[in-house]
Design a protein around this ligand. Structure first.
Ligand code: GLC
Length: 952
């Protein structure tokens, strides 16, 4: 009897939960928001909606929701086209009016534009909709026909319901599989990819997180906004709707991108990823990889490869908001020099502006003459200068930039057809419409005239989401300035309070309040919050609603073009807001972080994200932008920041000063870490140049380089430069050691600034050939762990106070042999400043090394090591090679038998030089056991083919 009662009870429990599950068990990606922030369970259920208290408040997933969209389409009239297939999709199930009426007939195109990527495009055949215009990317305007045998994928299409699966030919891996649920409405598009639950998903930015792999059961929102980067899991300044999948320990990766500029939510669940875009078309690309590096190369071949950065920009940059006048800044530059910390570039924030007007200097504290002299001095010392510029142009009679903008009629207009009035630092502003082709001339003229007075080496383009201090309280559709006298300018504390009188936004306005609310963390569904209003219009009557996420890239393109014309050199730009393809024109800093240990940690993840987004020259504000830093945090931060591809200290106006020379320990940490950076500049530059020519990445996660090593999964606290240098910094307060992981299959050598005889530089720290190893490394406050992967050949120069001085020193070639006694490396070298059309306008060299024995066998019985240089192009570079270092591996002679070593160097085949312990080749052994060969008085240059045999 008891069992019977138990059984009935259990049955009832199961049954009721089942009933509940049937009504409310909607996958998170199918949930429609039914409540509002703070809704109670009772309020929610009384609306007939489902309530799920298990959803974390920061996940972005609705916890009061109604059943979701489940519409399906069927495919007909599938026919081949010149570039793939096309067919008609007709809604076959689940028609609904959630978020608007379904568009019942759609055009589906499956385009084979490249052997390594495919494109799935779904549009409305009866109505042209907004699509990202071609001027914003390298996307082919005409598709080119791919030879059928070259296509590296196959596809399976199901007609009813329509689904598509794309399979990589080489290993049969599914790189894309759509779920049957598709929504296509005027302001709501939905498409889902399904995949094996073991996949780690990376990408989908911009956001700040403490984990590189995206957490599942989270909603990620892409909507550009001036939101401090210190906010974890918020939508920030940029939109990059691309992701890469990688299963821990597996060889293969692939990537997917939705080329769409509208607001997007990405719901990531276990085994599915749903894009929910509020406009545009479904324009989806899939990249086959199979390595993550190849995914990015394929992606950047489509969106535009990163810009070629000037060599000087690899030096260390100093900035702060709140310098009082130019003499203050002069003193800062002197202090860096006195402290012997290499400062390459001094920046100016908006302090220099007259009442925060672009292109006008404050005549008293930042006069053209004084700042001009300052720049001259910097240039004389081989240092550089970068200045900020904001897009908002002050509405101010007689101000050139304003008057000329009026005359050229290039502003973004409001819904009343007058220029849209917003408010930024100068108070009331109009915004140049970078979508308008006529804006190019206007912008070039402003920059050119200003550049005559202030010959800045680069521009920092900020506030380009575009930020607006009005429009944050539900008003802001149309603003007026009723009391110009009272609008704050200058250093008024209320500067960010809206001083304009703005109309309340009508909640029925579908652009400001679209039917589907993306998870924009600001503004209760009003997309215009802190932004230009959604109803504002650009050239061609295009709405801000469609173009919003592209304002930053528009400004970057026009600023890049202007600077290229004005200086006839490579432009150097750093932006806050970015979009798919921005990397072709600009570099990126990660925005307003804070001086916390978490911000230091998350900065590594942000750098990895932007590597994936095709913006490899990226860095976070070193020592933290907001709040007061501490000595320890700042020391640890420069040890990480010295290895950001873009390395800049920047600080907020109210926060305590944090120039690196202010503390002894930070000074020492900086000299050490930046010293290592400067030694590695030829390597770093080669990586950045390769990124430009090939679309490759610079800063990389460990898993990126070691995809099959499961031990690398989830390690976000270490990172690499290219495939050869690994950085394992301290990221925890009070810690003086690091548990560093050394990926499997390699030996790892210490890299140190000092490689004189007493140094343990190039010592083999770990032999992880048989499997990855974790090692606890002692890391005092002024040190950072840097290792060279066995198998690499690195080119180094000396650490000096500027990149130009460093570039003048002779090369050291470090041959870090792998366990099999081999190594290779590359060098790219050019003048570092002029525009280049082709990579062979520079010098490119491939290096390789191998230990061999007389019988031809390797390593164990080796009697010599042979290093060769093979020049691919020699258009530039006269740099002398002075040192060659060979790391110690078993088989190599040690310090006691140096006399038994003989060397033979053959340069350019014909001009033979044989050397044995003569003045022109000295051999020493370092404390680490590495051999150091010093060459003197030879015509031994990087642009020559040579081979060096070291026998013993
Ligand atoms: C923004 C930028 C910050 C800059 C400040 C003043 O907050 O993100 O870096 O210092 O504006 O220009």
């Amino acid at each position: 009897m008891l069992y019977f009662i138990l059984f009935i009870t259990l049955f009832c429990i199961l049954y009721t939960s089942q009933v509940k599950a049937q009504t409310c068990s909607v996958d998170t990606f199918q949930r429609n928001e039914c409540g509002y922030a703070g809704i109670t369970q009772d309020e929610c259920t009384s609306k007939g909606c489902c309530y799920d208290s298990s959803v974390g408040s920061s996940s972005g997933i609705p916890w009061c929701y109604s059943n979701g969209i489940n519409s399906e389409y069927s495919l007909s009239q599938l026919s081949p086209t010149d570039y793939g297939l096309q067919g008609i999709l007709t809604i076959s199930k689940g028609q609904n009016s959630i978020y608007g009426e379904d568009i019942k007939t759609l055009k589906m195109e499956f385009l084979i534009e490249n052997e390594n990527y495919f494109r799935l495009k779904i549009t409305d055949p009866n109505d042209a909709r907004w699509e990202v215009p071609s001027q914003y990317s390298d996307r082919p305007t005409k598709t080119h026909k791919v030879n059928e045998n070259d296509i590296k994928y196959t596809w399976e299409i199901n007609d009813n319901p329509f689904t598509i699966k794309v399979i990589r030919k080489s290993d049969k891996a599914i790189v894309f599989e759509s779920s049957p649920i598709i929504a296509f409405k005027d302001q709501y598009l939905e498409i889902t990819s399904v995949f094996s639950g073991d996949m780690n998903t990376y990408g989908i930015g911009e956001s700040t997180r403490l984990n590189h792999a995206l957490k599942t059961n989270m909603m990620y929102t892409l909507w550009n906004i001036d939101m401090p980067a210190k906010m974890m899991d918020f939508n920030l300044y940029g939109s990059h709707p691309m992701y890469i999948h990688h299963e821990s320990g597996s060889q293969s990766s692939y990537g997917v991108a939705l080329y769409n500029s509208n607001g997007i939510d990405v719901a990531l669940g276990d085994g599915y990823l749903t894009y929910k875009a509020i406009g545009g078309v479904i324009d989806l690309y899939g990249f086959l990889g199979p390595s993550p590096e190849e995914v990015v190369q394929q992606y950047t071949s489509l969106i535009g490869k990163p810009n070629l950065v000037p060599y000087w920009s690899l030096g260390f940059h100093n900035c702060r908001w709140g310098y009082e006048d130019i003499s203050h800044v002069e003193q800062v530059v002197k202090n860096y020099s006195n402290a012997k910390i290499p400062l390459e570039t001094q920046w100016l924030d908006i302090d220099y502006m007259d009442e925060y007007r672009d292109f006008e200097n404050d005549p008293e504290n930042w006069s053209y003459t004084d700042v001009g002299k300052f720049i001259d001095n910097l240039h004389e010392n081989n240092q550089h200068f970068v200045e900020i510029i904001d897009p908002g142009i002050m509405v101010y009679k007689g101000y050139d930039a304003y008057e000329q903008g009026n005359a050229a009629n290039i502003w973004i207009n409001g819904m009343d057809s007058n220029p849209y009035l917003g408010q930024v630092w100068p108070g009331p502003v109009y915004y140049p419409d970078f979508h308008n082709p006529n804006t190019q001339d206007y912008w070039t003229n402003q920059l050119a005239n200003y550049h005559k007075k202030i010959p800045t080496d680069g521009f920092w383009i900020d506030m380009n989401e575009a930020s607006n201090f009005c429009n944050s309280d539900g008003t802001g559709q149309t603003c007026m300035n009723p009391d110009p006298e009272n609008c704050p300018t200058g250093d008024d504390a209320t500067q960010t309070d809206c001083c304009l009188k703005c109309t309340t936004i009508d909640e029925t306005n579908k652009l400001a309040f679209p039917p589907y609310k993306i998870g924009n963390k600001q503004g209760n569904g009003n997309l215009g919050t802190k932004n230009i209003d959604m109803t504002a219009t650009h050239y061609g009557n295009e709405t801000e609603y469609n173009l919003h996420n592209m304002y930053g890239i528009g400004e970057a393109i026009m600023t890049y073009n202007a600077m290229a014309k004005i200086t006839e050199k490579r432009p150097f730009l750093v932006t806050r807001s970015s979009f798919i393809g921005s990397g072709k024109f600009t570099n990126k800093w990660t925005g307003d972080n804070a001086a916390t240990w978490n911000d230091l940690y998350s900065s590594i993840i942000s750098i990895m994200d932007f590597s994936m987004f095709g913006i490899p020259m990226v860095g976070a504000d070193i020592c933290g932008f907001m709040d007061d830093t501490t000595e320890e945090l700042c020391a640890r931060w420069i040890e990480v920041g010295a290895f950001y591809p873009f390395s800049r200290n920047h600080n907020d106006r109210p926060s305590a000063a944090q120039e690196l020379y202010l503390w002894d320990s930070v000074t020492d940490a900086s000299k050490n870490a930046l010293g290592m950076r400067y030694r590695l500049l030829p390597y770093l530059y080669s990586l950045l140049a390769e990124a430009h020519w090939l679309g490759s990445t610079v800063a990389r996660s460990l898993w990126w380089n070691f995809p099959t090593d499961k031990g690398t999964t989830g390690i976000d606290s270490q990172f690499m430069w290219g495939s050869s240098i690994m950085i394992s910094p301290v990221l925890k307060e009070g810690a003086t050691s690091v548990d560093a992981y050394f990926p499997s299959g390699k030996v790892w050598y210490r890299f140190r600034l000092n490689d004189d005889e007493s140094s343990d530089a190039y010592k083999m720290e770990v032999d992880a050939t048989e499997g990855g190893k974790t090692l606890t490394l002692d890391t005092p406050l002024t040190e950072v762990n840097v290792h060279i992967k066995g198998g690499s050949i690195l080119t180094l120069q000396d650490a000096k106070m500027t990149t130009a001085e460093s570039r003048d020193t002779p090369f050291t070639l470090v041959t870090a042999l792998c366990q099999h006694g081999k190594a290779h490396g590359t060098l790219f070298r050019d003048d570092g400043i002029n525009m280049m059309d082709k990579s062979d306008e520079g010098t490119q060299v491939n290096y390789s090394a191998e230990m061999i024995s007389k019988e031809g066998k390797r390593k164990e019985t080796s009697t010599s090591i042979v290093i060769t240089s093979e020049v691919v192009s020699d258009a530039y570079a006269k740099d002398e090679i002075k040192y060659i270092i060979i790391t110690a591996v078993s088989g190599l002679p040690d310090a006691s038998s140096l006399n038994n070593i003989h060397t033979k160097l053959v340069i350019n085949k014909d001009s033979k030089t044989v050397l044995t312990h003569q003045d022109d080749c000295k051999i020493t052994a370092l404390a680490s056991g590495a051999l150091k060969l010093e060459f003197n008085g030879l015509d031994f240059n990087v642009n020559k083919n040579w081979s060096l045999e070291v026998s013993y």
